[in-house]
Design a protein around this ligand. Structure first.
Ligand SMILES: C[S@@+](CC[C@H](N)C(=O)[O-])C[C@H]1O[C@@H](n2cnc3c(N)ncnc32)[C@H](O)[C@@H]1O
Length: 234
């Protein structure tokens, strides 16, 4: 029986019973194995660009259930899937910019999958920016603790529905408003608080490093801190 980490459990919770899924960059394959074992999915596809990673998944599948039929595909991103072949696509544990690269490669095909669950290791702001500028909707988000880290999980649909406020749409992809969007405001759970406090600490460190710089150079960092404090206070 597979025991998932809180991060992978958080992703599993976004998949509903009866949905089919593909795990892009599956590596160890724990998430799809868990989804099959718990009869949440009847069909899972494990994709990885690395033969070694896919080999790991195969060994873990054999150990979990030697009789089950698992579907392994060696390849780059969504290339090895048919259009609309699964309901949900998971891309987890890689950089946000690599996720963008994978999703934008053949965007009309990407749009044939209804749901994406994305757990980026970096560049979450740039990922959000790309998603909402390319006709995807961030339906929900959650945070999960993983050791010393706090990870974001984004559940995204392929429809363009939510109208975001004008201000955020004007911001550059690197803006703090994409990294910690307004929609985190007023969430008064410990994890969100910890998450925002860490961002404030990072900005304060940057500001310290700019101690001898001109006011103009310090301005954006000061504004970032002010913004993060507003989000924290709700
Ligand atoms: C750090 S592992 C993450 C494993 C798992 N998804 C998780 O979240 O625990 C990243 C995996 O993505 C694979 N990968 C990287 N780029 C890829 C791509 N373009 N297409 C498919 N797999 C890719 C790597 O080979 C590696 O096995």
């Amino acid at each position: 029986v597979i025991n998932l980490t809180d991060r992978l459990k958080g992703i599993a919770l976004e998949i509903f019973t009866g949905e089919t899924m593909a795990d892009i960059g599956t590596d160890h394959g724990f998430l799809p194995i868990y989804l099959l074992e718990h009869e949440i999915c009847t069909k899972v596809i494990m994709v990885d660009i690395s033969e070694g990673s896919l080999e790991k998944a195969k060994i873990n599948c054999m150990e979990a259930n030697p009789n089950a039929q698992f579907d392994f595909r060696l390849g780059n991103g969504l290339e090895v899937l048919e259009p609309g072949e699964v309901d949900a696509v998971v891309i987890a544990g890689m950089g946000g910019l690599l996720m963008v690269e994978i999703m934008e490669k053949e965007i009309s095909k990407t749009k044939t999958y209804k749901k994406f669950i994305l757990q980026p290791r970096s560049a979450v702001g740039e990922l959000r920016f790309w998603l909402v500028h390319n006709g995807f909707t961030i339906e929900s988000e959650c945070l999960v603790r993983e050791g010393k880290n706090i990870c974001e999980i984004l559940t995204v649909s392929n429809v363009c529905e939510k109208i975001l406020n004008f201000q955020i749409m004007q911001e550059s992809p690197e803006s703090i408003r994409w990294e910690v969007p307004d929609w985190h405001r007023g969430k008064d759970d410990d994890l969100t608080e910890d998450y925002i406090l860490r961002k404030i600490a990072r900005e304060e460190k940057i500001l310290k490093g700019k101690m001898n710089s001109h006011t103009a150079e310090r301005k954006s960092t000061i504004e970032n801190i002010k913004y993060l404090k507003e989000i924290l206070e709700g």
